[in-house]
Design a binder for this molecule. Structure first.
Ligand SMILES: C[S@@+](CC[C@H](N)C(=O)[O-])C[C@H]1O[C@@H](n2cnc3c(N)ncnc32)[C@H](O)[C@@H]1O
Length: 284
C-alpha cells in the first residue's frame, strides 16, 4: 500500500520546476522568503492562510520540538519554525518531496532549526524525537491503519504532548469525485468519519482540547480556485508560474472542480483538532 501512495507523490525534477517557476514569477530562486513558496509548498485545502489560521490557535514555545508528520515540501515546517522559533522535524514518504524540502529550507535560512527525513509515520525513527507537538496536516487520508499511526504518535510524544489535526474527513455522501490531491484512484484514499477518527485518539489516551469545523472555509477555498481557473484557463499564460501543478502535473487543473464537487455533495469535510496525550507514560 505504501508503495502505491509513494508513487502517487512521485515528482521528478521538482527543484528544476520550482526554480523555473520562481524565475518566471520574478523571484531570484536563491533569495526567497518562505512566503514566496506558498503557491507550491502548501499542499492542502486552505493554502498558507489555512496553515496560518491553524497556527494562530496554538501556543508553541521556542524550546519545543515539533514533528510535521507527512510534511510534503515542508511549507508548514518552515512556517512553524519562523513563527514560533521552535525546532521542527519533517518526515515524509516521498524522497522527491524531502529532497526539495531540504533545498528550500536551506535557501530560506532555516536549516539550523528545520530538518527532514524520508520515512513513514507508521515506522517513526527512535531519534530525533520525542516530540512536544505532532502536526498531521492532510496526511491521514492516505493512511488505512489509523490506529497504527496513533500508536506511533503515542510512542514518540513527550508526556502531555499534543497532536494537531488539519484533515479531510469523510462526509455523509459515500462517493468521492476523483482525482483529488491525495489520490488519483480510490485504492489509496482512506477517508474516515470525524467521530471514528477522533475515537482512534481517545481510545489511545488522548483528550480532545479543540475542535473546529472548517468545511465552509474549505468549500469556499476550492470554489474560488475553480472560479479563477475558469476565468483564466484559456489564457496564454495559464497555468500561473507557481502552483500545485509543479508537484502534481496537469491533473492539478482538475482539483478545484472535483474538490468543490466533493465539498458541495458532503462527500468530505475539513476539520481542525487539538488532542493532548494524557495517558500513562510510555516506555521507549
Ligand atoms: C496532501 S500531501 C500534504 C503534505 C503537507 N502536509 C502539506 O499540507 O503541504 C500528503 C503527504 O503525506 C505524505 N504521506 C502519505 N503517507 C505517508 C506515510 N505513511 N508516512 C509519511 N508520509 C506520508 C505524502 O508523501 C504527502 O507528502
Amino acid at each position: 500500500m505504501e508503495s502505491s501512495v509513494r508513487n502517487h507523490y512521485q515528482a521528478s525534477n521538482l527543484m528544476e520546476k520550482i526554480d523555473a517557476g520562481l524565475t518566471a514569477a520574478g523571484k531570484h530562486p536563491q533569495q526567497i522568503d518562505i512566503r514566496d513558496l506558498a503557491p507550491v509548498d502548501q499542499l492542502h485545502t486552505g493554502g498558507i492562510r489555512g496553515t496560518q489560521a491553524l497556527l494562530e490557535k496554538l501556543e508553541i514555545p521556542a524550546h519545543f520540538h515539533v514533528l510535521d508528520a507527512g510534511c510534503g515540501l515542508g511549507g508548514a515546517s518552515r512556517l512553524m519554525a519562523d513563527t514560533f522559533g521552535c525546532r521542527v522535524t519533517g518526515i515524509d514518504l516521498s524522497p522527491d518531496y524531502i529532497e526539495a524540502a531540504r533545498v528550500l529550507t536551506h535557501r530560506t535560512g532555516l536549516s539550523g532549526r528545520v530538518q527532514f527525513e524520508t520515512g513513514s509515520i507508521l515506522a517513526l525513527p527512535e531519534t530525533p524525537g520525542p516530540f512536544d507537538v505532532i502536526l498531521c496536516q492532510h496526511i491521514l487520508m492516505n493512511i488505512s491503519d489509523k490506529q497504527a499511526a496513533v500508536q506511533q504518535f503515542v510512542r514518540h510524544l513527550k508526556p502531555g504532548g499534543r497532536v494537531v489535526l488539519h484533515e479531510i474527513v469523510a462526509g455523509s455522501h459515500p462517493d468521492l469525485a476523483l482525482p483529488v490531491p491525495w489520490a488519483a484512484s480510490a485504492d489509496i484514499s482512506f477517508l474516515e468519519p470525524l467521530e471514528s477518527m477522533l475515537a482512534c485518539f481517545t481510545d489511545n489516551g488522548f483528550t480532545l482540547e479543540q475542535i473546529f469545523d472548517a468545511t465552509a472555509l474549505g468549500t469556499r477555498y476550492w470554489q474560488k480556485a475553480g472560479e479563477f481557473a475558469r476565468k483564466n484557463q484559456q489564457n496564454m499564460d495559464w497555468p500561473p508560474p507557481l502552483g500545485p501543478h509543479l508537484v502534481f502535473g496537469d491533473t492539478a487543473d482538475r482539483f478545484p472542480f472535483t474538490m468543490s464537487q466533493n465539498f458541495e455533495a458532503h462527500a468530505i469535510e475539513l476539520i481542525e483538532a487539538v488532542l493532548r496525550f494524557s495517558g500513562p507514560p510510555v516506555t521507549r
